[in-house]
Design a protein around this ligand. Structure first.
Ligand code: NAD
Length: 293
């Protein structure tokens, strides 16, 4: 299939720049967002306006949804599925729970539509730069059809398996992130108490067995890594509420699958307290301030 017309539903912090990258790559992009200011920004990037998700879907070969959470996606697909022409490819890039995602795949298949779950990693910087990683669930044929588009929005796309496998990969990855940002923060807090400079610890751990993305790219101590939100007084980046959402999805999936990841559960509890204490809008790496206190 050569997809030339893309409907893009949800033009927020991630969807806006992703849609703009498709437009720049030569696709005709028809966008819809419930927020008027998002529609205005998208128009400046050359995206055509539709007045509903259904109206955008009717025109499209591929419909991408990039919405806050699973209930928003389910509501949007209730409109999109009956409007889309047979054979249209629906691709959800929001972060959602695995069970809802599998149900959405079934709904699309029953209507003669193809579907993928294709959540992303890489944050708003990756969305703007077109360097996202896509984790994709769905048929090999649907994945092959989407690959040219994915290449315009991201640097890497991994076909993880059948419907829901992309979301499974996403929440497992983000459970690693939730645990590792706490582990890295605890190491810096302990180092401070032992009289060790943050720079010395960073220089050792970032090239030793402690190295990981939370340390090497996202160090929670300011002044050590240029890409770290800590340098910017922990302005997001990615807000703590978003990491907590992903950790809760991982815990929900674990419960449904009969798994009990002890560190994942503990990290979820630590981030729940952090958000309850009013820090949900801060970057998640600000967890180091709570651990220090
Ligand atoms: P956002 O809140 O900035 O954007 C979501 C957009 O959806 C908003 O503009 C909102 O107005 C719009 N919207 C809500 N309901 C709608 C509807 N029914 N129809 C059309 N538009 C609707 O959120 P975001 O940061 O762009 O995140 C989107 C998704 O990507 C989330 O599922 C999030 O978990 C995931 N994600 C975000 C990041 C990140 O760093 N921001 C990273 C990876 C994954």
């Amino acid at each position: 299939m050569t997809a030339s017309r893309i409907a893009f539903i949800g033009l927020g912090n991630m969807g806006g720049p992703m849609a703009a990258n498709l437009q720049r790559a030569g696709y005709r992009v028809i966008g819809f967002d419930v927020a008027a200011e998002r529609m205005t920004e998208a128009a400046k990037a050359g995206i055509e306006a539709a007045d509903s998700a259904a109206a955008a879907a009717r025109e499209a070969d591929v419909v991408v949804t990039m919405l806050p959470a699973a209930p928003y996606v389910a509501t949007a697909w209730d409109e999109i599925v009956p409007a889309a022409r047979p054979g249209t490819l629906l691709m959800d890039s929001s972060t959602c729970d695995v069970a809802t995602t599998r149900a959405l795949h079934e709904k699309a298949a029953a209507a003669g539509l193809r579907s993928l779950d294709a959540p992303v990693s890489g944050g708003t910087g990756g969305a703007q730069a077109g360097t996202l990683t896509f984790m994709v669930g769905g048929s090999a044929e649907a994945f092959a059809a989407a690959e040219p588009l994915l290449a315009k929005m991201g640097r890497k796309a991994v076909h993880c398996g059948d419907g829901g496998a992309g979301q499974a990969a996403k929440i497992c990855n983000n459970m690693i992130l939730g645990v590792s940002i706490i582990a890295v923060s605890e190491a810096f807090v302990l180092g401070e108490k032992l009289g060790l400079s943050a720079k010395a610890l960073f220089d050792v751990a970032s090239t030793s067995t402690g190295q990981c993305w939370a340390l090497n790219t996202y160090c929670p101590v300011p002044g050590l890594v240029p890409t770290s939100p800590a340098n910017n007084d922990y302005r997001p980046g990615a807000p703590a509420t978003m990491l907590l959402k992903d950790l809760r999805l991982a815990m929900q999936a674990a419960q449904e699958a009969g798994a009990s990841p002890a560190l994942g559960e503990h990290a979820t509890g630590i981030f729940e307290r952090f958000v309850d204490d009013g820090h949900g809008g801060e970057d998640f790496s600000a967890i180091i301030r709570a651990l220090r206190a």
